[in-house]
Unconditional design. Structure first.
Length: 122
């Protein structure tokens, strides 16, 4: 099936449309629930204001992304690697940081040293 240069509202239920391609398409306001999007490739895609909730992205890859103003809550980032990222003004709160390192330095050790230093200055 090919839909080209027309507006259609599709209600896709229990269907297999694997291998489909969407190019220069507007699907703003669409809803995906209980959908298998494994191995999907988004390139030059506007996901501004998108909400991803209760979803699995093991092995997902984020490259050349703009996440300004994004929020991550109750996210399991075990064994995630962040490289060449601009982390200016990032605020990390109420997170488990066991084994977390920045440029090879233990964040737990840095915080312990900082807290000990702050106590000594009082």
């Amino acid at each position: 099936m090919k839909i080209e240069r027309q507006r259609e509202v599709m209600d896709v239920v229990s269907a297999d449309i694997s291998g489909s391609s969407f190019r220069d398409a507007n699907i703003a306001g669409s809803s995906f629930h209980d959908v298998n999007l494994s191995r999907v490739n988004f390139s030059q895609t506007n996901l501004a204001g998108a909400t991803i909730d209760d979803s699995a992205m093991q092995g997902g890859r984020f490259h050349d992304m703009n996440l300004i103003g994004a929020s991550f809550d109750k996210v399991n980032m075990t064994n995630v690697v962040i490289e060449n990222a601009n982390l200016t003004s990032v605020d990390i709160r109420n997170c488990k940081i066991g084994g977390m390192h920045i440029d090879g330095v233990s964040v737990e050790a840095m915080l312990a040293a900082y807290r000990a230093s702050a106590k000594g200055q009082k």
